[in-house]
Design a binder for this molecule. Sequence first.
Ligand SMILES: *[C@@H]1O[C@H](CO)[C@@H](O)[C@H](O)[C@H]1NC(C)=O
Ligand SMILES: *[C@@H]1O[C@H](CO)[C@@H](O)[C@H](O)[C@H]1NC(C)=O
Ligand SMILES: *[C@@H]1O[C@H](CO)[C@@H](O)[C@H](O)[C@H]1NC(C)=O
Length: 761
Amino acid sequence: MASLRSVALTFVAIVAPVMGGVTYPDCANGPLRSNLVCDTSAAPEARAAALVGAMNNNEKLANLINNSPGVSRLGLSPYQWWNEALHGVAHNRGITWGGQFSAATQFPQAITTGAAFDDALIERMGVVISTEARAFANNGRAHLDFWTPNVNPFRDPRWGRGHETPGEDAFRNKKWAEAFIKGMQGTGPTHRVIATCKHYAAYDLENSGSTTRFNFNAKVSTQDLAEYYLPPFQQCARDSKVGSIMCSYNAVNGVPACASSYLMDTILRKHWNWTDQNQYIVSDCDAVYYLGNANGGHRYKSSYAAAIGAALEAGCDNMCWATSGTTPDAASAFNSRHFSQATLDKAMLRQMQGLVRAGYFDGPNSLYRNLGAADVNTNIARDLALKAAEEGIVLLKNDGVLPVSLNGSNSQVAMIGFWANTADKMLGGYSGSPPFKHDPVTAARSMGITVNYVNGPLTQSSADTSAAVSAAQKSSVIIFFGGIDNTVEKESQDRTSISWPSGQLSMIQRLAGLGKPVIVVRMGTHVDDTPLLSVSNVKAILWAGYPGQDGGTAVMNIITGKTSPAGRLPVTVYPSAYTNQAPYTNMALRPSGSYPGRTYRWYRNTVFPFGHGLHYTTFHVAVDDSFPKTFSIADLLASCKGAAYYLDLCPFPSVPITVANTGSRASDYVALGFLAGEYGPGPYPIKTLATYKRLFDVQPGQTQTTQLEWKLESLARVDQDGNRVLYPGTYTLQLDQPMIANVTFTLTGEETVLDKWPQPS
Ligand SMILES: *[C@@H]1O[C@H](CO)[C@@H](O)[C@H](O)[C@H]1NC(C)=O
Ligand SMILES: *[C@@H]1O[C@H](CO)[C@@H](O)[C@H](O)[C@H]1NC(C)=O
Ligand SMILES: *[C@@H]1O[C@H](CO)[C@@H](O)[C@H](O)[C@H]1NC(C)=O
């Protein structure tokens, strides 16, 4: 989440909002000074238990919500659990901007950094965001937990929040989550901040007709759940030990996610062993309200009290409640026995253990408490935001016009379109205030380029083209900045069409008629580029997503060749007819009958495929002959036993490859390894991303060698019961999209279950 729901209700302030940020408890002189919670040498669980033991039931019951009042008797100040930082510290409830904290680094949205296929970049970004977030918190301007990352796979191109995610592929989102959480929380026992993976689970619809996120019942097969919708959360919980997870608005197979003991207990806590550190689950804002008898909700329970009981008993520990005019009455739900004493104590223990692990009770000289204003908007952060944008830009088409030198005879450039001169558009949803905003026109002018700028339409179906035409006539190159923005795709608002906005198309066609090269830079997520591909003077298309505070500089650096593009599409570009062929509410991944299936693994008729991305140079890629051609399943598992309990994490031998730059420009190169083959039960996916690695700055004439690392999880298939199984058979690792090299190998022996999936009851 989350913004206020759109349904208007009379505002009645019942609980005063928590203003400001963290006030750390005074462990030296305050009422808790002799409580074990203040003893940094004790175990986190014991510390949290000692604190909870000092609270009475009324105090516990008052603190089950995001806007927690604290316990003044114990010196616990109010605490707001609702803090956002999707791609930088954001404007929202728990965060107060001002003074030395009037700006924070705004990175590209996850969909753009997803395109970079550079996990080290994502981790560094997480370090910067959490460092700035902690600095805000230390100065009373934020709290210690942040509701980021959003790792739901981007299943349908209509989704208004797809740009908050790293893309459509479960494996990619898993790796992105791993790197980001490592950066956000740090790797030591104390978390720099608490990250929150959202939205658990199968959440990827805002509104489709009368179906909304508040009442959608996602019907998901066990196979698709285990294979596609849940792996990023498995990474978060089981492997990255994320501090918190948010349950989602929607229901899964009839049970609202925030009341699902199958999702929250059987899978998340038990199967993924997330109980070990007693991490907490927070509900999306008003998700508990909407599972009660609220209008427009699930009507899963007939009262708020019963809804609260269902959520807490199923494993939710903190309820975000945003709806004006109502407040969760946990006390009356408790008194009418909708949840037990043990559940209340457990929820409080988990919340407090989260704060213990974030160093809340560790005193002013503890780790991360020294972070302050000097750690926000550093030069390192600024450079990283630019680099992240450059790495994420994808060259979709190039008829040789790019890179273009914008000097001398090309000194006049027409820059036309709705976001050419509008930096706010580059940030996207859940943004904060950046230290600066470099839109493309500003960036071009600071490079000494003479710009003829004209605004263009966003959604209007027609626009006056005369000013654009005269700007273009004065110029030798035309750059059109189009696509959609986050007023078109946004939270609470899915689209019905993924066509290029018609007013923009007619303007592009008019400009292309002038006989000069047109470069289109598309922002936002899905639109069908097909009509552009048939306009011959549209010589190049770049996709920039939401490139963040320095997005204009990144785009101009790529256009002029200062930086070479190497990003790859983290989504399939679908034809506009897709929205008629695939009902939005159909969650199935596999095609059947007239249903075309979803994502690059199953859908064939793409405009641009997942993984597509061109370069300014050419590469020759080869797999080293030394890679073995046969593996015994028994040997693979025997060599791993003891090293890893989870068999899907057993390593598979790395694939040595060489990447030679055979062209004339230095460039990064993303090595994508897709697995293909007919092994295990059909139907067989077209191919599946199995490993990837970004190589940096490969010089012309140079060859870099590297190893593509992967684990058994990448070779396994998920059967209809959700089990992840390693099957004997013939496999081919295909490099790049389209494939430019491959290696075929065989697994011999017996099929083996790597992860036995808990069945729904
Ligand atoms: C589950 O977590 C506990 C506590 O961290 C650990 O001792 C145990 O080994 C974990 N189980 C598995 C299967 O990894
Ligand atoms: C102008 O030309 C110089 C030298 O060729 C080049 O380094 C620079 O990047 C160019 N500037 C632009 C904006 O293209
Ligand atoms: C592997 O590459 C070769 C040569 O490029 C090609 O002919 C063959 O079809 C590829 N095999 C697979 C299974 O992709």
